[in-house]
Design a protein around this ligand. Structure first.
Ligand code: EPS
Length: 366
């Protein structure tokens, strides 16, 4: 399955070392101003090779709009976007073309298809996330314009390091999306040491959406939180998703977890802005766990396609922590889910109108 969404449908295609990657966005509302320059900011935020802390592959990541836009405005017809691969170095993969990297999708792709494109991880590469981010630029634009929805993520943990302060203004001012500016030098040194060691590390990314109206999400099989979990889990290397307090709810009492309501607003947001699979109008809060990447130069025991036990060593240009550039990817998946749910809500409940009483978002939020 390479298609995501029901009414706002995104299909991605392409491999990491193929000529290009791309997507088709079907079901996009007409009338949205859209030009290639709109994609630059989020694609740069996600790209490799912009700092020493990510893979040194340097892609231009320029988006070509092939269809669905006339004179800078979406027409309602399928929007095809293309990004050419310009810096693939396939010889890096010669040595492991017949081996399975422990902890990588090499093995499971082989088991499923009996064949794989080993160059750059093929379709299993994080390269594919470029097109999700591109498609979500359109969704973010529409959500912002129609509803004033703002989506922002940050890196909430890397290895054992957690931010000691939270300053929203710091997030976009460093290459980690880290909310504590004073801690960034420590983080850089920590990442330098990790890179030198040849190892990798996991991370947690938290993303929020403000301004989502109450009522989005479908009650049983199309729950907003279920679709968010599936969307985040579809990102490479994701091993866990929490909504609101997530697994911390296990140890909570109901009297603590419930979000009390006043006419001035909700007094807390343990639910992460979703009750019964439907948005409450509070901030939507999603937290995503990334595993440490598996392409390591540290030798590991593995097998090859002939069943021989081999020592696997991965050279090339790899991310020591894929979570560092996952913030825009998680934001993108949040935007795509909200866009699709917004159109579905409009289709079924567009005539319901505003329902009273409407509790404002969190009373205690700045
Ligand atoms: C990736 C391995 C590297 C990364 C790539 C993701 O690919 P290569 O070995 O071809 O340099 O650079 O990320 C991107 C190219 C990108 O645009 O995100 C992997 O194994 O997932």
């Amino acid at each position: 399955m390479n298609t995501f969404g029901q009414l706002f449908r995104v299909t991605t295609f392409g491999e990491s070392h193929g000529p290009a990657i791309g997507c088709v966005v079907d079901g996009c509302p007409p009338g949205i101003p859209l030009q290639p320059a709109d994609f630059a900011r989020d694609l740069e935020r996600r790209a490799t090779g912009r700092t020493r802390h990510t893979s040194q592959r340097r892609e231009a990541d320029e988006v070509e709009i092939l269809s669905g836009v006339f004179e800078g405005i979406t027409t309602g017809t399928p929007i095809a976007l293309l990004v050419r691969n310009t810096d693939a170095r396939s010889r890096d993969y010669d040595a492991i073309a017949r081996q399975f990297r422990p902890g990588h999708a090499d093995y499971t792709y082989w088991q499923k298809y009996g064949i794989r494109d080993p160059r750059g991880g093929g379709r299993a590469s994080a390269r594919e996330t470029t097109m999700r981010v591109a498609a979500a630029v359109i969704a973010k634009k529409w959500l912002a314009e129609k509803f004033g929805i703002r989506i922002q993520g940050h890196l909430a943990q890397i290895g054992e390091l957690v931010p000691r302060a939270f300053d929203p203004a710091a997030i976009e001012a460093n290459p980690f999306f880290w909310p504590d500016a004073a801690q960034v030098p420590e983080l850089e040194a920590w990442m330098d040491a990790l890179r030198k060691s040849g190892d990798s590390v996991g991370a947690r990314v938290t993303i929020v959406a403000d301004g989502v109206p109450p009522g989005w999400g479908e009650p049983v099989y199309g729950k907003l939180d279920a679709e968010l979990a599936a969307a985040m889990m579809s990102i490479n290397a994701v091993k866990g998703v929490e909504i609101g307090d997530g697994f911390a709810a296990v140890a909570q009492r109901g009297s603590e977890h419930r979000d009390e309501m006043t006419r001035e607003g909700f007094l807390s947001n343990h639910a992460g802005g979703i009750l019964g699979g439907i948005s409450t109008g509070q901030r939507i809060v999603v937290s995503v766990a990334f595993k440490p990447t598996s392409s390591l130069r540290l030798p590991a025991r593995g097998v090859d396609v002939d069943g021989n036990e081999v020592e696997v060593v991965t050279t090339g240009r790899h991310d020591p922590c894929v979570g560092i550039r996952a913030t825009p990817i998680c934001e993108a998946m949040l935007a795509l889910v909200l866009m699709d749910q917004a159109l579905r809500h409009r289709a079924q409940c567009g005539d319901v109108g505003a329902v009273l009483p409407r509790i404002p978002a969190d009373a205690n939020k700045p």
